[in-house]
Write a protein that binds this ligand. Structure first.
Ligand code: 2F8
Ligand code: CA
Length: 329
């Protein structure tokens, strides 16, 4: 933006430039005035002065031209700056108007505001709060809060304690449950075992076997040598009878035929062995037995003397007798 004073100064400068040609003409006239016929003898000096003056004029003209060019290039930017300033001015004016309106609104609001009533209300509120504060029993309130806090603490501790005992109970119940589960599994297994045993018992009973003291017994209806008798028992899932007690010995005497039992000394003479591989300990030999009578290789044992508690006799294994099988349960 260019001020008025600056604009005037510029116009004056232009006017000075417009006078340059006239002044040049005047200069030329002055030079011509010097070229009067009455020329001085120092003609060279005169020409030098004229040429110098001409050069000065040319230089002056060049300066004038460059100055004019510079000044002519400025008006556009000055106009733009002026327009920008105008816009800014308009914006400022609009802003100023808004502020004026707001101020007027606030003035009106302030004029309408019942300052006294508002002040009275605030005063009343303050006084109420003061009274409330004065009446408040700080110590009692504090005590109440302390009691409540302690109650809550106790309640919380009770909860924690209950939770711990419940957790312990739950863990105990879990252990019991596991034990019960293990017990149930055992019982299930036992139950299956008992079922199998029961089925086995039923099987032997159906086949005519007799149960006595934990074993089933079966008397043959035919006679065979000791070894064939044993094979028959084995084919029935049993073996020849082994007598381990007086009761079992008495039981064996009820059968009145001569019957093979599972005792022999075929491997080593005089060393009596049961069919399960155990050595003879409790024996029920009849009087005078075993005698390997007449050196006839009496290597197998039968029950011969049923009317005596000691009923056993050794006899040749190839002899054919009835036999008694035993199936231990
Ligand atoms: O006197 C005992 C004697 O009796 C029989 O032989 C005569 C027995 N023989 C048979 O049973 C085959 C013997 O073993 C027995 O010792
Ligand atoms: Ca004998």
């Amino acid at each position: 933006m260019v001020s008025l004073e600056e604009e005037l100064e510029l116009s004056m400068t232009y006017e000075n430039f417009e006078d340059v040609p006239a002044r040049k003409a005047a200069s030329r006239r002055s030079v011509e005035d010097f070229n009067v016929p009455a020329a001085a003898p120092g003609m060279k000096m005169y020409r030098l002065v004229v040429v110098s003056f001409g050069l000065l004029c040319i230089l002056q003209a060049a300066l004038n031209i460059s100055l004019r060019l510079t000044l002519f290039s400025q008006p556009n930017s000055l106009t733009e700056e002026r327009d920008e300033m105008k816009r800014i001015y308009l914006d400022l004016e609009a802003g100023c108007n808004n502020l004026t309106e707001e101020r007027d609104d606030l003035k009106r609001t302030l004029e309408n505001y019942d300052l006294e009533a508002g002040c009275n209300n605030l005063t009343e509120e303050r006084d109420d709060l003061k009274r409330t504060l004065e009446n408040y029993d700080l110590e009692a309130g504090c005590n109440n809060l302390t009691e409540e806090r302690d109650d809550l603490k106790r309640t919380l501790e009770n909860y924690v304690s209950q939770q711990n005992s419940l957790t312990e109970e739950r863990d105990e119940m879990k252990r019991i449950n596991l034990d019960l589960e293990a017990g149930r599994n055992l019982l299930t297994e036992e139950n299956h075992g008992l079922k199998r045993t029961l089925e086995e018992y039923a099987h032997y009973l159906q086949q005519g076997w007799v149960y006595f003291s934990g074993s089933f017994y079966r008397i043959s209806s035919t006679m065979k040598p000791w070894q064939d008798s044993r094979r028959d028992c084995q084919q029935r899932g049993a073996d020849l009878m082994i007598i381990n007690s007086q009761e079992e010995q008495d039981f064996s005497r009820q059968y009145k035929n001569i019957i093979w039992i599972g005792l022999m000394d075929r491997d080593t003479e005089g060393e009596w062995t049961w069919v399960d591989g155990t050595q003879l300990t409790t024996s029920f030999w009849h009087s005078g037995e075993p005698n390997n009578y007449d050196k006839r290789n009496e290597d197998c044992v039968n029950i011969n003397h049923h009317d005596h508690t000691n009923s056993w006799n050794d006899a040749p294994c190839e002899n054919e007798y009835f036999w008694i099988c035993e199936k231990k349960m």
